[in-house]
Write a protein that binds this ligand. Structure first.
Ligand SMILES: NC(=O)C1=CN([C@@H]2O[C@H](COP(=O)(O)OP(=O)(O)OC[C@H]3O[C@@H](n4cnc5c(N)ncnc54)[C@H](OP(=O)(O)O)[C@@H]3O)[C@@H](O)[C@H]2O)C=CC1
Ligand SMILES: CC(C)(CO)C(=O)C(=O)O
Length: 347
């Protein structure tokens, strides 16, 4: 079957789903966006604007988009299903896939965290489920802005688990570089190290580039990564290189003075000045975050391995407190994170 004849369903069209689906639709692939009513209404009204750090800026008109909120309309025709919901709704999406999709549809998780592909596998039985990893940040326009815009705010190649030779070819499109990888567990643990920063961006309310440029925040990130690396080493997990740096070098580079960090970590800092993190998006929208899949995964590993992880524990507690308050980012300064006030220390 030619690429244009395969139907790709985006299961949970939000920031990542609309960006990936938009690039694929613009490249002539048959794409169906399975979305919530808020996103569906916005796409039907104004279409989808897909832009990126390299200056591409493209519009898909409403009439050219296939979008639905109905799983019974979206999923039965799928050849490939890209799962782009947050980790907390993976099982809900798995149940919809099981109920509506053909057994031979290939399911790919494009989510953060190390457990989502396994969750899908456990729920979907003998179907083909592949892990994937999205390295870049996508900024979604404010609610009500038309057309809905998704902007890729950093770069990097999407990694998809080896297992279907034609898949990378199908998914590779302008603005969306895709490669296969033979050791996705290592890739996911490598990405998790970077994602330990999602919480710091969420807690600070700062754009990612501003936060990373401040050594006080980088020291907290470096401590979290040290604790995660210790737990991984004790558990026999070797994380893959994600931001061009060997994982074991990350804490050292993060601890450098600002001027040297800016010089050496140019690739890490090549980010749109407005980009934050998907966890910041969740706090702003009053939703629960993926903290249990990021810091929580490290804590589970550390507990099993018997290694200490006090900084990771503290960050998880602060995010939980901010989630409970539902007031968006608490806009903390780094000193508050190191020595949090008593009221913010629940788990
Ligand atoms: N945003 C980013 O820059 C990056 C995100 N990631 C990862 O990608 C994954 C997706 O993140 P992101 O795109 O930011 O998340 P979003 O919340 O923007 O998108 C997920 C969308 O799926 C919708 N959804 C959830 N359940 C269903 C359902 N049953 N039917 C239809 N739609 C549903 C959500 O709606 P609702 O909210 O109403 O439930 C939401 O609109 C996460 O694991 C994240 O960590 C990875 C790299 C970067
Ligand atoms: C910002 C980025 C790309 C890396 O931390 C991310 O994965 C996210 O926002 O979830």
């Amino acid at each position: 079957m030619a690429n244009g004849e395969k139907r790709i369903v985006i299961a949970g069209a939000g920031s990542i789903g609309c960006y990936v689906g938009g690039c694929l639709a613009l490249a002539g692939r048959q794409v169906v966006l399975f979305a919530r009513p808020r996103i569906e209404a916005s796409l039907r009204q104004g279409g989808l604007r897909v832009s990126d750090l390299e200056g591409r800026d493209r519009l898909i008109k409403p009439a050219e988009l296939a979008v639905t909120t109905d799983p019974a309309a979206a999923l039965p025709g799928a050849d490939v299903i890209l799962v782009t919901v947050k980790s907390g709704t993976t099982l809900e999406m798995a149940a919809l896939i099981k109920a509506h999709a053909r057994p031979d549809a290939v399911v790919v998780s494009l989510q953060n965290g190390v457990d989502n592909a396994d969750r899908l596998r456990a729920a979907l039985g003998p179907r083909t489920v592949l892990a994937g990893m999205v390295p870049f940040n996508v900024v979604q326009s404010a609610d009500g802005e038309l057309p809905l815009r998704v902007h890729r705010a950093s770069d990097g190649k999407v990694m998809v688990e080896d297992g279907d030779a034609r898949l990378a070819h199908l998914l590779d499109a302008e603005g969306l570089a895709v490669e296969t990888h033979g050791a996705m567990k290592a890739v996911l643990w490598g990405k998790l190290l970077m994602n330990l920063n999602n919480a710091l961006v969420a807690l600070s309310g700062l754009p990612l580039a501003t936060e990373l440029a401040d050594r006080r925040w980088r020291l907290i990130l470096a401590s979290q990564i040290d604790e995660a690396l210790l737990a991984m080493k004790a558990s026999g997990i070797e994380p893959a290189r994600i931001a061009g740096l060997r994982p074991t070098l990350l804490p050292k580079v993060l601890r450098l003075p600002d001027w040297l960090f800016k010089l050496l970590a140019r690739r890490m800092l090549a980010i749109d000045p407005e980009a934050r993190s998907s966890m910041w998006d969740d706090l702003q929208r009053g939703r629960s975050t993926e903290i249990d899949d990021l810091q929580g995964a490290v804590l589970r590993l550390a507990e099993k391995a018997g290694t200490p992880a006090p900084t990771v524990q503290l960050i998880k507690a602060l995010v939980r407190a901010a989630e409970a308050e539902r007031l968006g980012s608490p806009d903390l300064v780094p000193e508050k994170v190191v020595a949090p006030p008593a009221g913010r220390r629940s788990t």
